[in-house]
Design a protein around this ligand. Structure first.
Ligand code: PHE
Length: 338
């Protein structure tokens, strides 16, 4: 009897070490078969149980079952280990998350341009465009800007060379449009502008404006106010108010700056509107007769209004963006949010 148990023990040791040492799937299978298979060592011993006497047979049988269980558990664990190391060898870690591909989208500034354009299209305006690199004739002279006006200074305007500059506003598109067509003219002109400003939360040397121009017989300041108010309410909702303050521009007379009621506090006063209840949008006014003369329109026959607007400001208000520089950093973590 003890002889049989000794034999079982030694076969167990042999089997444990064979399974442990199996370095790949094949040798593990061979080791398992040799001991646990239908014609393996344990099966053979199991047949020999019959030769034992009635007293020792149950004990030996129990021991045999114990060994079978232990060996098959170990073989299973070893198989999992080998499968795990195979993954590493193949260079692919199947547990890593996959890489997502991102769909591109329109920049928030251009989304705002699209919205502005669609609102003015609905009011009968066409879209016009002009070059970013302008001559001082279109950017200043034709817009009745005096030779010694401070905006012409090197400290305010980027010059490419003498007489050639990066446009400081979209107003030169007024001139180009009036030169190329007869009244009535009803256009908006969105586009990039440049000024030599030090960047901070509300200044960027590159920014977007949208120009508006309407020229016909008997156009009045009242028409201008109506169009700006309609625009403000289309853009930010029916509770919007617009305020015009007297101002000066060389190319409009009279001139005004216009403000929207604060989109955040509704006019009560908050940090964004600096507790005034109003947000400055840009300038506007009636086209100066000098500008009509520069483009060959008869100032006795035609009147018109012009307005500008800061697209960056409007974008920042729409999306609650606190720093204009975010619009030009092109950080995808920012851009993906729109
Ligand atoms: N061009 C002016 C500016 O950049 C805005 C403006 C446009 C004013 C049209 C009057 C008429 O500040």
């Amino acid at each position: 009897m003890s002889e049989f148990i000794d034999l079982l023990n030694s076969i167990e040791r042999e089997a444990l070490s064979a399974i442990e040492k199996a370095a790949d799937k094949n040798s593990l299978e061979n080791a398992s078969n040799a001991f646990l298979g239908r014609k393996g060592r344990l099966a053979e011993l199991s047949r020999q149980l019959g030769t034992l006497d009635n007293e020792s047979r149950p004990k030996a049988g129990a021991r045999l079952n114990e060994i079978r269980k232990r060996l098959s558990d170990l073989a299973e664990t070893r198989a999992l280990q080998l499968a795990g190391s195979e993954k590493t060898f193949s260079g692919i870690d199947h547990t890593l998350p996959g890489r997502r591909s991102f769909v591109g989208r329109r920049h928030p500034l251009l989304q705002t341009v699209d919205l502005i354009v669609s609102i003015f299209r609905g009011m009968g305006f066409a879209v016009a465009a002009g070059p970013d690199i302008e001559t001082d004739f279109y950017n200043f002279d034709a817009l009745n800007t005096p030779e010694d006006h401070p905006s012409r200074d090197l400290s305010d305007t980027f010059y490419v060379e003498k007489g050639i500059l990066l446009r400081t506003h979209t107003s030169p598109v007024q001139i180009r449009t009036m030169q190329s067509q007869k009244p009535p003219v009803r256009i908006i002109a969105p586009g990039r502008c440049y000024r030599s400003d030090a960047p901070d939360a509300s200044h960027s040397p590159v920014f977007y404006q949208c120009e508006g121009l309407y020229v016909d017989e008997r156009v009045t300041f009242g028409d201008l106010k109506g169009v700006i108010i309609s625009f403000a309410r289309e853009l930010f909702g029916p509770d919007m108010n617009v305020r015009f303050r007297p101002h000066f521009f060389p190319f409009t007379e009279p001139s005004a700056e216009y403000d929207f009621s604060c989109v955040l506090c509704g006019g009560k006063g908050c940090r964004v509107c600096k507790y005034s209840g109003w947000l400055e949008i840009s300038g506007a006014g009636m086209v100066d007769p000098e500008v009509f003369k520069a483009v060959g329109y008869d100032p006795e026959k035609y009147t018109g209004y012009a307005f500008g607007m800061g697209v960056d400001r409007i974008t920042m208000l729409r999306f609650s963006i606190g720093d204009i520089r975010l619009l030009y950093d092109n950080d995808v973590r920012f851009l993906r949010q729109f």
